[in-house]
Design a protein around this ligand. Structure first.
Ligand SMILES: *Cc1c(COP(=O)(O)O)cnc(C)c1O
Length: 362
């Protein structure tokens, strides 16, 4: 039965979050200026706040996490130089190869382990020697939390060790911290501590924190100067951007601590799904707000299940032939989790179902 007159429970992503009332009020009142001249007081305030929270000298506001990673990589690496990153990294998988396409940066992938980490010995072995056959290794990029590994959290100890390895070998460490807030909340540490031994970070305001647009990039002053130039080069210099930065300030002020609620709901969802016949969940991977699960019914694909659930008003995405992703966020209540869990067994028990339709993100 198709749900009518009921709100869709949309767990495709935390990017679907809409700005809060407090954000809309702050946006309406925002003092603005031309940010390319550095004259937007609201953007300047957001950047100062982000730098402080992330424990870096300076920060720059960018339209998206993809641009944040792109200008970071391009500020660290020249054409033909190499970046070591995970084979399941968002930068490698979901950013259209921008660092290669735009910057000529050569990606050297090493396997992401089940917890999202990169084996330190494997990384060390991937660093190039000084020989004219090789590209010059400049950068290691790591993702925390790790999207394709289930929203897994890399510990302070791991981040410190990876930073130490990078610096011992004369390299830089960039963190794709789209969900660094989730990592910090899950670990009970400050983002600044988690990033203490990283050089640069890109962090999203527009995911779990519910701002409508934007990410922040942070690092030392010299890096941020270069990143601002690079942002302008790729068309990301915005003018009266205080209108959206105002929502980012509310996001950082009010929306970080509550991520623990999303994490608790993700655990409830994962445990409930794992009890059902026809799906399975790797519970150890459910550490933050992402729940990846597999359809185990042999005649049903992830797209079939996603399509059938959509008809029931529950939206998730297919990320592999048998794999799906559900994401908890600001608009998903405990009751929504119960409703979603109740819809799944009915769909899984059907004798016949329509073929799934849509995109597999993986
Ligand atoms: C979403 C995401 C990005 C990119 O952010 P956009 O704002 O969607 O461009 C980068 N890295 C990770 C891990 C992400 O989840």
């Amino acid at each position: 039965m198709t749900r009518v007159n009921q709100a869709v429970i949309d767990m495709r992503s935390d990017t679907i979050t809409r700005p809060t009332d407090a954000m809309r009020e702050a946006m309406a009142r925002a003092e603005v200026g031309d940010d390319v001249y550095g004259e937007d007081p609201t953007v300047n305030r957001l950047e100062a706040m982000a730098a402080e929270i992330l424990g870096k000298e300076a920060a720059v506001f960018v339209p998206s996490g993809t641009m944040g990673n792109l200008i970071s990589v391009l500020s660290h690496c020249g054409r033909g130089e190499e970046m070591i990153l995970g084979d399941n990294a968002h930068i490698f998988y979901y950013e259209q190869g921008g660092s290669a396409a735009v910057g000529g940066v050569h990606p050297r992938t090493v396997p992401n382990l089940a917890d999202g980490s990169l084996d330190l010995a494997t990384v060390a072995a991937a660093i190039r020697g000084n020989d004219e056959h090789f590209p010059v290794t400049r950068l290691i990029a790591i993702e925390n939390t790790h999207n394709r590994r289930g929203g897994t959290v890399l510990s302070v100890e791991y981040m410190d060790a990876l930073g130490a390895l990078a610096h011992e070998r004369g390299l830089l460490l960039h963190v794709d911290g789209a969900r660094i807030w989730n990592a910090a909340v899950a670990l009970g540490v400050t983002p600044a501590r988690l990033l203490e031994n990283a050089d640069t970070v890109s962090a999203c305001l527009s995911k779990g924190l519910a701002a409508p647009v934007g990410s922040v990039v942070a690092g030392d002053r010299d890096f941020i100067r270069r990143a601002r130039r690079m942002r302008k080069q790729v068309g990301g210099g915005m003018r009266q951007a205080g209108v959206i930065a105002a929502a980012g300030i509310v996001a950082l002020d009010e929306m970080v601590d509550r991520l623990a609620e999303d994490h608790a709901r993700a655990r409830v969802l994962a445990a409930g799904l794992d009890e059902l016949d026809g799906v399975s969940v790797d519970l150890a991977s459910v550490q933050t707000n992402l729940v990846y699960f597999d359809v185990t019914r042999p005649d049903m694909t992830a797209l079939d299940l996603a399509t059938a659930l959509t008809r029931e008003g529950v939206r998730v995405i297919a990320t592999g032939p048998q794999r799906l992703r559900a994401v908890t966020h600001y608009h998903i209540s405990g009751e929504d989790i119960e409703t979603a869990l109740a819809a799944v067994p009915d769909v899984l028990a059907r004798d016949s179902f329509e073929k799934g339709d849509g995109i597999v993100y993986g």
